[in-house]
Write a protein that binds this ligand. Structure first.
Ligand SMILES: *Cc1c(COP(=O)(O)O)cnc(C)c1O
Length: 463
C-alpha cells in the first residue's frame, strides 16, 4: 500500500504569527470615505485579507531570516553581494549582476540608458511602472500580446505569448528604432499568464535575426517556469530550475522585481552580458541608487534575496503556490463568477465588466467591484482596468482600457486555505448582490500612474 495524497498541503508550518485585523462594515465605509474610495489610500491595519498585491508581501523562510542576520553591511565588496551575484549568475547565465532597490529602479536605469525619443519598446504587455519608465525615456511602449491574451474567456495555456507576426513586422519596418524587445514572465498585466518556451525561442530567433537585444521582465520567472512544466508539451520531465535557466539563456538580459519570485520584501536587479551597457547602467545606478555592490539595498537584503531565488524553485513550493491560485479560481468559476481564464501563477482576476454588466466601462466597474469587496468583507483587491490603464480625454470622459479586471493576488506563503475559503465566500456574496453596486467617477487625478493616488466619488443610484 502506498498513500498517494491528492491534497496539496502548504509545504511549511507557521512559527511566528501576526494577528489578522478585523473591522466592522460601518468602520470600513468611513475608511473608504477617508481614502476617497481609492484602496491604495487605506491603512493596512483596516484590511482583513490583503490581496492588493503579491509584491513584497510574502513571508520569508527561517533560512532567509538567518541569512539576514549574517548579512555583510560593508559599503563596497560586501560578501552578501557576491553570494547574490553567484546565485543570479547561475540562474541567468549573465555576467553582470546589478542590484537595485526594486524592479522599477532597474527599469528606470535600463530605459534611461537605452531609451530615445521616437523609439519603440515592444513587449507582450508592459507592466504599469515599466510602461511609465519606457514612456519617461521618450520611447513608445507597444503591447504585442497574442489575440488570445486579450480575450478573458480564452483557455489558451500561454496567453502571455508574443504575437510573432506583429513583432516580425515591427522589427522589419522599425528595427533600427527598437532598443530592445521585452518579454514579461509571467505576463502580469495580461493576467499573470505564462509565456511558453516555444514562444520565447521564436522571439529569440526573431530578435537575433534583426540584431535587437531581448530582455525579460522576470518578476515571476519561477511561476512561469512551473506553468511551462505543467502545460507545455515535452517539458514535464524537466525541473523548474532547468526551464528557468533556459528562459534566461534565451535572453540577453533581465530586469527583476525581486519582491515577487525573489521571495523578499524589497529588492531587484538587472542581469546582462553586454559590458558597455553594464558600465552605463552602473553609472546611472551610482547616481541614484548606490554603489554597484549594494544598489540601494542593505547587505542583509542581498543575503535574503540570494536564498529566496533558490527557494522559489523548490517544486513543492511551486506546486502549492500554483495549486492555491487554481483552487480559488475553480471555486469561483463553479459559482458562476466571471473570471479571466485560465488561472495564472499569482492571482485570480475577476472580469468586472462581465460581473457588473449594468455599470458602463466609463463608470469604472473594476473600481466598483474592488470597493464592494472591501466594504462587505474587508478584502483589498486591486483594479486592473480603466483606472490603471485608461485615461480622461479632453472632454473629461473616461477612455476605457481593453479589459476591466479586479485582481486578487495571493501573497507568497502568507494566507492559509481557510483564508482563501473566506475570500471565496465573500466574492460569491458580492456576486449575488451585484445588481446593487454602482459605478464611480474620478474627481481628481495626478498626471502619471493615476491609480495610486486619484480620488473617486460613487455615482448616484439610477432613478
Ligand atoms: C512588480 C513588477 C514590476 C515593478 O517592480 P517594483 O518592484 O514594484 O518596482 C515590473 N514588472 C513586473 C512584471 C512586475 O510584476
Amino acid at each position: 500500500m502506498t498513500f498517494a495524497p491528492k491534497t496539496i498541503i502548504e509545504p511549511f508550518k507557521v512559527r511566528s504569527v501576526e494577528p489578522l485585523p478585523m473591522t466592522e462594515r460601518d468602520d470600513r465605509l468611513r475608511h473608504l470615505e477617508t481614502a476617497r474610495f481609492n484602496l491604495f489610500g487605506l491603512r493596512a491595519e483596516h484590511v482583513t485579507i490583503d490581496l492588493m498585491t503579491d509584491s513584497g508581501t510574502g513571508a520569508m523562510s527561517q533560512e532567509q531570516w538567518a541569512a539576514m542576520l549574517a548579512g555583510d553591511e560593508s559599503y563596497a565588496g560586501s560578501r552578501s553581494f557576491f553570494e547574490l551575484e553567484a546565485v543570479v549568475r547561475d540562474l541567468t547565465g549573465k555576467k553582470h549582476v546589478i542590484p537595485t532597490h526594486q524592479g522599477r529602479a532597474a527599469e528606470r536605469i535600463l530605459f534611461g540608458v537605452v531609451g530615445q525619443r521616437g523609439h519603440v519598446v515592444p513587449a507582450n504587455n508592459h507592466f504599469d511602472t515599466t510602461r511609465a519608465n519606457v514612456e519617461a525615456s521618450g520611447c513608445e511602449a507597444l503591447d504585442l500580446v497574442i489575440a488570445e491574451g486579450k480575450d478573458p474567456t480564452s483557455d489558451h495555456p500561454f496567453k502571455g505569448d508574443v504575437d510573432l507576426d506583429r513583432l516580425d513586422t515591427l522589427l522589419r519596418e522599425r528595427g533600427a528604432s527598437v532598443p530592445l524587445v521585452l518579454v514579461t514572465v509571467t505576463n502580469n498585466t495580461g493576467g499573470g499568464q505564462p509565456v511558453s518556451l516555444a514562444n520565447l525561442r521564436a522571439v529569440r530567433a526573431l530578435t537575433q535575426r534583426h540584431g535587437v537585444p531581448l530582455f525579460l521582465d522576470c518578476a515571476r520567472f519561477a511561476e512561469n517556469a512551473w506553468l511551462i512544466k505543467e502545460r507545455e508539451e515535452g517539458q514535464s520531465s524537466r525541473s523548474a530550475e532547468e526551464i528557468a535557466q533556459e528562459m534566461f539563456r534565451l535572453a540577453d538580459g533581465a530586469m527583476m522585481s525581486a519582491k515577487k519570485d525573489g521571495l523578499v520584501n524589497i529588492g531587484g536587479f538587472l542581469a546582462l552580458d553586454d559590458d558597455e551597457l553594464a558600465r552605463r547602467c552602473r553609472n546611472a545606478l551610482i547616481l541614484t541608487e548606490g554603489f554597484p555592490t549594494y544598489g540601494g539595498l542593505a547587505g542583509r537584503d542581498l543575503a535574503a534575496l540570494a536564498v529566496g531565488l533558490r527557494e522559489v524553485l523548490d517544486e513543492r513550493y511551486l506546486a502549492y503556490r500554483v495549486a492555491s491560485v487554481r483552487y480559488l479560481h475553480e471555486r469561483l468559476a463553479a459559482a458562476g463568477v466571471p473570471l479571466l481564464n485560465p488561472p495564472g501563477g499569482h492571482a485570480v482576476y475577476l472580469d468586472a465588466r462581465a460581473f457588473l454588466p449594468h455599470i458602463a466601462p466609463e463608470d469604472l466597474p473594476g473600481q466598483a467591484l474592488s470597493v464592494a469587496l472591501y466594504l462587505e468583507a474587508g478584502i483589498r483587491a486591486v483594479e486592473i482596468g480603466t483606472v490603471m490603464f485608461g485615461h480622461t480625454d479632453a472632454s473629461g470622459r473616461q477612455v476605457p482600457s481593453p479589459m476591466d479586471l479586479v485582481r486578487l493576488a495571493l501573497p507568497r506563503r502568507v494566507y492559509t486555505q481557510s483564508h482563501v475559503d473566506y475570500v471565496i465566500e465573500a466574492v460569491r456574496y458580492v456576486h449575488e448582490e451585484r445588481r446593487s453596486l454602482r459605478g464611480l467617477r474620478i474627481v481628481d487625478e495626478p498626471p502619471t500612474l493615476r491609480h495610486f493616488d486619484c480620488g473617486f466619488e460613487p455615482l448616484e443610484a439610477a432613478t
